[in-house]
Ligand binder design. Structure first.
Ligand SMILES: Cc1cc2nc3c(=O)[nH]c(=O)nc-3n(C[C@H](O)[C@H](O)[C@H](O)COP(=O)(O)O)c2cc1C
Length: 268
């Protein structure tokens, strides 16, 4: 299939057959993955493939019990990883400057690029994938389950397997609402309404077809999709709690060096 046809037929798969993926396929996907660009070619990521039922069960709980984690034959966790590089620096008697937020961002971008390559390779083979945002939400739990050393941080995961559903391709916001030429063109209220017009019905209908969400919406008095996003799905309370947990785990994993006085400096 030509690459653009392949890219445009992507849809997340959330229901899987249990049959395993041959090792040869997995190795091909991983090879495709590690061809991704990486900052300084440092490849500051690690990829953790989990097929073991017991470990997958623990991950299932950490991923808010999303059934696809149990169902799919494997979960792949992509980690920002400066541990390996720092070990190399240590044994080479080289200075080590990678215990900070800049290093985390560099490593996180590397990890996400590899993840998308692996996902595309698997989809090209006819398999399904779904990214798991719960990786960040449960970063500390997942770090413990996967025994991550300091300077390794789980950034994203995919479940991967044979699809057991055939969903429609989902809508996207119009290209002209997403792309700016030369410099950023800020949006008028009218333009915002125009860009989100189709989303407001497509997204609303989709969520109303999910009994659990429908009940939450009915109980909360939410009237439109925008309200649904921030009253039901992504609340301030949950986002602030997860932000604190994320920063705490970044500090625990030794990615926050040099920021001890950040609050004081930024409020001056
Ligand atoms: C970083 C990231 C995290 C995601 N986390 C979840 C998740 O935890 N559960 C889920 O069902 N889908 C998750 N998704 C899938 C998105 O919901 C999906 O990509 C989006 O709705 C668009 O649908 P499509 O991928 O089928 O085009 C995630 C996607 C991304 C990129």
């Amino acid at each position: 299939m030509p690459i653009s046809k392949h890219l445009r037929s992507h849809r997340s798969i959330r229901s899987y057959r249990s049959d395993d993926i041959p090792d040869e396929w997995l190795n091909e996907f991983l090879q495709d993955g590690i061809r991704a660009s990486s900052s300084g070619n440092m490849q500051s990521y690690s990829i953790i493939v989990t097929r073991n039922r017991d470990i997958k069960e623990k991950l299932y709980k950490a991923h808010f019990e999303q059934a696809m984690v149990r169902e799919a034959p494997m979960v792949i966790t992509f980690c920002a990883d400066f541990h390996r590089m720092r070990e190399w620096l240590r044994v080479s008697n080289a200075p080590d400057n990678f215990d900070n937020v800049m290093s985390f961002m560099v490593a996180a971008i590397d990890a996400v690029l590899v993840a998308q390559n692996v996902a595309l390779a698997a989809e090209a083979q006819g398999l399904g994938i779904c990214f798991m945002g719960t990786t960040l939400a449960s970063c500390r739990k997942i770090g413990k389950i996967l025994k991550l050393p300091k300077n390794v941080f789980p950034v994203t995961s995919i479940v991967l397997g044979h699809p057991n559903e055939n969903p429609e391709v989902r809508d996207r916001l119009p290209q002209n609402g997403l792309v700016h030429y030369e410099t950023y063109q800020d949006y008028s209220d009218e333009r915002i309404r125009e860009i989100y017009r189709d989303r407001e019905t497509a997204g609303w209908d989709r969520y109303m077809a999910m009994p659990r969400l429908r009940k939450l919406v009915e109980d909360s008095g939410v009237e439109n999709l925008a309200q649904l996003y921030t009253t039901v799905k992504y609340t301030r309370e949950s986002h602030e709690r997860m932000s604190r947990a994320l920063l705490d785990y970044l500090a625990e994993q030794d990615f926050m060096s040099g920021l001890e006085n950040y609050q004081a400096a930024s409020s001056r």
